[in-house]
Design a protein around this ligand. Structure first.
Ligand code: ZN
Ligand code: ZN
Length: 462
């Protein structure tokens, strides 16, 4: 093969790799304990503490009944179907190595802090107990998984999901107890309404806590990130590097019931609650029209929503998005067809804009359109000058770099420069003005050229 041909093949390979979606490159890593391999599972699919189980649900019951004092570690057979699961009870620190396995049916959820359970029987029981400690649950490389709970206690629940694809949903309500903190971190995960994820809502919580969604994608879901904060505390939500595709479409079957609040990201806080949303490098795309509540909907605009709502702020960079702020009564009835446009405001932000959080106005948008001149300096006969940088008056971002102004000519009189004292190389020749003036003209010309250049540059940019 010729060098040229190898080179072109290499180029094609690099291009092909660059075009592959990031999720396709995310490999499921296989982690199994010493002495366990894919074959040793036999027809079972999950391993916990020396025993193999047919399903993940059975293994979770075993974890609960073992009352683990340290973090329980559960391993799935690589790529296996770990079975049907609805409300797999979890009340301990737990790590699940999914190894690319998947939960195939049921509601597919880890149930946390909803029902009273009995450690002796591993079953739901009125004489049992709710969650009785703070817990951290980490799930890696397990597809289809969900987490669900109706909080009953003040304990903190930390959930970490890494590289879990087509997750069913994360859904936590705190009607019975609005205090328990819920921290959730999703990295490299996905939700797809066409692949078994909940088509109405992928992620819902109304508890205080820190939520982090990084490199996690949402496809064909009505209200992908649906936050209705109902605690007296604070929620901090980070959405970074995520792609929302065809979420909140107006012609989806769910639109008939969700169109008064349907958006890829919807943030509502009840009076007394505060939710701070940070969005970085996020993409919103649609193949058809959406429900018209923007890419990011702040506030509850439904006809029966509370007139006074909590604090919702947005900080955003690197993201082209339509932000819609709605007040109660924007929708004048339940149909979603009739609106009072006085009760909503739409702001379009580009990827270059910087959106800053503001407690009173939700956010402010810095479009870098108010500039000030910085570092401008006049040239002298000994030092170059500078036309100055045009910088954003709000954030200091350099919008237009300045140019160097050449040194001015010396001003000779009687062989010596009157400004800097330099000796005239043509000393002796009495006609000072004759040499100085042409030099002055040349430097003036240089300044004019620089100014004209920057004008043309600005025209091109605008
Ligand atoms: Zn700025
Ligand atoms: Zn001089």
């Amino acid at each position: 093969m010729s060098k040229k041909r190898i080179l072109s093949l290499l180029t094609a390979l690099v291009l092909a790799l660059a075009l592959l979606p990031a999720t396709a490159l995310a490999q499921d890593t296989v982690t199994l304990p010493e002495g366990v391999d894919a074959d040793s599972f036999g027809t079972n699919t999950v391993y916990y503490d020396g025993t193999y189980y047919a399903t993940l649900a059975q293994a979770l019951t075993a974890v609960y009944m073992s009352t683990p004092e340290e973090t329980a570690v559960v391993y799935c057979k690589p790529g296996a179907d770990v079975g049907f699961m609805t409300h797999g009870h979890v009340a301990d620190d737990l790590i699940i190595y999914g190894n690319g396995a998947y939960v195939s049916s049921g509601e597919k959820d880890l149930e946390i802090d909803t029902y009273k359970f009995d450690r002796d029987t591993g079953k739901q029981s009125n004489s049992g107990s709710f969650l009785d400690q703070n817990i951290t649950v980490t799930v890696k490389d397990l597809d289809g998984i969900a987490a669900w709970g109706q909080r009953n206690t003040d304990y903190t629940v930390n959930l970490v999901f890494e590289n879990c694809q087509n997750m069913q949903r994360i859904y936590f309500t705190n009607t019975a107890n609005p205090k328990g903190t819920l921290n959730v971190s999703l990295t490299g995960c996905s939700f797809d309404g066409n692949q078994g994820s909940n088509v109405n809502t992928a992620f819902y919580t109304n508890a205080p806590g820190d939520i982090s969604l990084v490199d996690t994608d949402f496809t064909d879901i009505s209200v992908a990130l649906n936050i209705n904060h109902k605690s007296a505390g604070v929620q901090n939500i980070l959405v970074e590097g995520c792609i929302f595709t065809d979420c909140a479409l107006s012609d989806s079957p769910q639109a008939s019931t969700t169109k008064t609040y349907s958006a890829p990201i919807r943030i509502v806080a009840k009076e007394g609650a505060a939710t701070h949303l940070t969005v970085k490098d996020v993409t919103f795309t649609y193949s058809r029209t959406n429900c018209g509540n923007g890419d990011i909907l702040l506030g509850d605009g439904r006809y029966d929503a509370a007139a006074v709502q909590g604090t919702v702020t947005l900080a955003m960079t690197g993201t082209t998005a339509q932000i819609m702020v709605q007040q109660a009564g924007y929708y004048t009835d339940a149909s979603g067809s009739n609106t009072n446009t006085d009760k909503a405001a739409v702001t379009n932000a580009s990827a270059e804009d910087v959106v800053r959080a503001d407690n009173d106005t939700h956010f402010t948008v810095d479009r870098h359109d108010q500039t000030v001149l910085q570092n401008a300096k006049a040239a002298t006969c000994t030092t170059e000058g500078y036309t100055g940088d045009k910088v954003c008056a709000v954030c200091g971002k350099v919008m237009e770099q300045g140019k160097v102004i050449p040194k001015t000519a010396h001003t000779y009189e009687d062989g010596k420069c009157t400004v800097c004292g330099a000796a005239d190389p043509n000393a002796g020749s009495p006609a000072t003005g004759d040499t100085a003036q042409p030099l002055l003209w040349i430097s003036l010309l240089a300044v004019c050229t620089a100014a004209a250049g920057s004008l043309i540059y600005r025209r091109k940019r605008s």
